[in-house]
Design a protein around this ligand. Structure first.
Ligand code: NAD
Ligand code: TYD
Length: 351
């Protein structure tokens, strides 16, 4: 029998890279991609693999418990890789409830469906929760998050992800469910929705629009190439012991302003503009409320135990990312078009 794996949130940024990797690398698996297709979900992200015989898409909402139970009853999954989430910190500040609904209630619905359907027989079954380093809170000038750093979330987004991590662990400790969790730093790469810093800046520079930098741009993020994250998920899904947590990160810390300046230089080169043209678009704006100063991940456990290391230098990865956005104008125009914006804003407000 081929292994049947449910990947949730597969039409989003990271999820689409995970789906592509599993569909391509494991032709003997059956991959079911479950996604609600919110403003952030886009089936065009998977157009290159949508006809593969080992891939299927189902449009469902993880906040609907009955639908999750019915899906697990009919499909008989061997494993779940759960990425579906509301993922943008700024949106969580304006509408925290949407984050509780999808990230907390949705995760509990999936845990209940898995527990109910697998009925205590967890051999060869696995529930993998894809989480974030933001659950650990903020660092000062020094130090790194390890797997034993205490949870201290500050934004509604990170509070909802911390809560869902706790539920996943509770289902392991209480019911014996086979679970694994990974907490990853900021990702970058292709198919990233242009509300997050890097794709937003690329799109704005391309269109000669202001590039908003919160505060003075002093905040630090640890950036990881999205395909390295997908590879880490693959390794952890297949090799981690039940109940384990792994931090995933690139050892690649950048102050926002330094990153944006690097991006401006790359954009000047790619767009054949005078050096310094793009940097003139940098605009310092009001800081984000509760803005975490610094994130940095210690991924030594993953490197030592499962032999995973990041593959790309940041400058190379950033150039590849810029190339992708410049070569995929249709994708970018589609997700930033008036119609698409109106559609997702309306959907977002009505949730
Ligand atoms: P994304 O916003 O690009 O994609 C989220 C996907 O989930 C979308 O396809 C969306 O349609 C789907 N979705 C949202 N609500 C849903 C619902 N109620 N039911 C079903 N599907 C729903 O997010 P991303 O950046 O790809 O992040 C994926 C996961 O990885 C999230 O769990 C996030 O917390 C985690 N993560 C992200 C980062 C990052 O840098 N982006 C870093 C670490 C961890
Ligand atoms: P973001 O991409 O939203 O990821 P996260 O908040 O999950 O880290 O933001 C990355 C950093 O960039 C964060 O410090 C906030 C900052 N930022 C800006 O300065 N300007 C922007 O327009 C955005 C979206 C983010």
């Amino acid at each position: 029998m081929p292994k049947k794996i449910l990947i949730t949130g597969g039409a989003g940024f990271i999820g689409s890279h995970v789906v592509r990797r599993f569909v391509s690398n494991y032709p003997n698996y059956e991959i079911v991609n479950l996604d609600k297709l919110t403003y952030a979900g886009n089936l065009a992200n998977l157009s290159d693999i949508e006809d593969r015989p080992n891939y299927r898409f189902v449009k469902l909402d993880i906040t609907e418990a009955a639908a999750m139970n019915e899906l697990f009853r009919t499909e008989n999954f061997d494993g779940v890789i759960h990425l579906a989430a509301e993922s943008h910190v700024d949106r969580s500040i304006t509408d925290p409830t949407a984050f509780v609904m999808t990230n907390v209630i949705g995760t509990v619905n999936l845990l209940n469906a898995a527990r109910e359907h697998w009925k205590g027989s967890y051999e060869e079954k696995r529930f993998y929760h894809v989480s974030t380093d933001e659950v650990y809170g903020a660092l000062g000038e020094t130090g790194m998050f390890t797997e034993s750093t205490a949870y201290d979330p500050h934004s509604p987004y990170s509070a909802s992800k911390a809560s869902s991590d706790h539920f996943v662990r509770a289902y392991h400790d209480t019911y014996g469910l086979d679970v694994v969790i990974s907490n990853c730093s900021n990702n970058y790469g292709s198919h990233h929705f242009p509300e997050k810093l890097i794709p937003l800046a690329i799109n704005n520079i391309k269109n000669s629009k202001p590039v908003p930098v919160y505060g003075r741009g002093e905040n630090v993020r640890d950036w990881l190439w999205v395909e390295d994250h997908a590879r880490a998920i693959d390794v952890i899904y297949h090799q981690a012991a039940s109940g384990q947590t792994y931090n995933i990160g690139g050892h690649n810390e950048w102050k926002n302003i330094d990153l944006i300046n690097l991006l401006c230089r790359i954009m000047d080169k790619k767009l054949e503009r005078e050096p310094g043209t793009s940097a003139k678009l940098i605009t310092f704006v009001t800081d984000r409320a509760g803005h975490d100063l610094r994130y940095a991940i210690d991924s030594a456990k993953l490197q030592k135990e499962l032999d995973w290391v990041p593959s790309l230098q940041f400058e190379e990865g950033l150039e590849k990312t810029v190339d992708w956005y410049l070569e995929n104008e249709d994708w970018l125009n589609n997700v930033t078009s008036g119609n698409y914006q109106a559609y997702y804003e309306n959907q977002y407000q009505n949730r």
